[in-house]
Ligand binder design. Structure first.
Ligand SMILES: [Zn+2]
Length: 249
């Protein structure tokens, strides 16, 4: 692990000697696992406990909003209680020191913002933000709603502002992500596989433009195929070491 981190650090330093760093960090469920946030897919995934069609599509959702809201109550509760871990904190340091200009996250848990990162782009929405299905008004939840489903003042039902499976991703965030991916010369991929759009596309676009790619993950993913450096391990262990070494501390 130390050897691969060392190699990644030299890669960044070499790049820095040649040009000004323009970078983004792409994050996924893996970074929040260490904060106790359950992943939606895979082993023990939330969606394994529930019927996928029912909870992850708007149709299923509309058929039985109360049931789905009860599930979300549980999810939101866990997220309100969750604390950023060492990986989230390391990314704040990275941002402060000019090595991370944007975090593009697929997570809906606000942990990057809680840690103190400033430029966070949420491409799958935010679970603690709800929106009215009729007038589109947003509300930021501070605690778990007591009555479900929560209703808007217009009489419409509120739903969590997360992207469900048959829905388009938030347009502004996606456009911005592609602009960032096009300009970057350094990409860190943390705790995400290349299975879901746009995570599957962004790094390849950057790579085509000559960006260096560093992957942090506890397992091999598709991204490793285009990586200049792969650091295997839990990101809450590897990222802090990477940053300490990068900042020569
Ligand atoms: Zn409304």
């Amino acid at each position: 692990m130390f050897e691969s981190i060392k190699q990644a650090v030299s890669l960044v330093k070499e790049l820095e000697a040649k040009e000004r760093i323009q970078s983004y960090v792409l994050t996924g469920a893996g970074i929040s696992k260490g904060s106790g946030i359950p992943t939606f897919r895979g082993e023990d995934g939330l969606w394994d406990t529930y019927d996928f069609e029912e909870v992850a599509t708007l149709e299923g959702w509309m058929r039985n909003p109360e049931k789905i809201w009860l599930m979300y109550q549980e999810g939101i509760h866990q997220i309100f209680d969750a604390k950023p871990n060492a990986a989230h904190k390391a990314l704040v340091e990275l941002e402060k020191n000019g090595y991370c200009h944007y975090i593009i996250t697929q997570n809906v848990d606000s942990l990057h913002q809680k840690a103190g990162s400033e430029n966070v782009i949420e491409v799958h929405g935010n679970i603690a933000r709800i929106k009215c299905i009729i007038c589109g008004k947003f509300q930021q939840l501070k605690e778990t709603p007591k009555i479900v489903p929560p209703m808007c003042s217009c009489g419409g039902m509120m739903r969590p502002d997360v992207t469900l499976f048959n829905e388009p991703l938030p347009e502004d965030e996606i456009t911005k992500s592609f602009e960032i991916a096009n300009k970057a010369n350094l990409v860190l991929i943390v705790g995400t596989s290349a299975e879901v759009y746009p995570a599957a596309r962004l790094p390849s676009i950057s790579k085509k433009n000559g960006a260096k790619i560093i992957v942090f993950n506890f397992e091999q993913t598709e991204h490793v195929n285009i990586a200049d450096s792969f650091i295997e391990g839990k990101s809450e262990k590897t990222l802090p070491i990477f940053i300490e070494m990068l900042l020569n501390r």
